[in-house]
Ligand binder design. Sequence first.
Ligand code: SF4
Length: 218
Amino acid sequence: VGISNDKKELAEIFTEYISRLYPDAACFLNHKTPFQLLVATILSAQCTDERVNEVTVELFKAYPDAKSMSEAEIEDIKNYIRPVGLLNNKSKSLYNMSRSLMGNYGGEVPDTLNELVKLAGVGRKTANVVLGNCFDVPGITVDTHVGRVSTRIGIAEKKTPEGIEKELGELLEPVIWTKWCHQTILFGRNICHSRKPDCENCEMKKYCLFYADNMTKK
Ligand code: SF4
């Protein structure tokens, strides 16, 4: 089988593969409410999900909702989230985000992209995580794994997360977007690592551009 130039077909082959590998892939960040997922996603910037899940156990006991967090001292929030790094930014984002939820939305998390991205510390990526997992609004989250895997295989070419999000959006049915991202993240963590992708054990190697360009020449 040669390299397929048809991105749609490539995307279908990859989707079928990751669906077999990770049929139950779901959101990795522990949460019980949209607010808690918003908090966890803000904390996950440049930090592993495992570490975020460790700190949110106590953080959510102390501040389970926007009201309690909006009444917190920033210094106290910092003490709960120390292991996740970027302390100043993240603690301020959590506090300001909670305050604007209280001020503008009665403490509830809004369910549109436009409203979400106006909250402190919330970009498109975070907004899409919340929309996809809490409100069943399909969203494509281009994190480091999704970006790397899609461009390596050759189903996306753009350099920016926004560009890749758009390309993937044209290839994949919206109904699979959210789960597809969870599956692709697992695939990126377990097989298509950034430094040493495990190409020999990957069924995509017959189709993958990165494999054709790098591995077959060694
Ligand atoms: S063949 Fe290698 S580079 Fe291509 S998707 Fe598989 S692991 Fe990643």
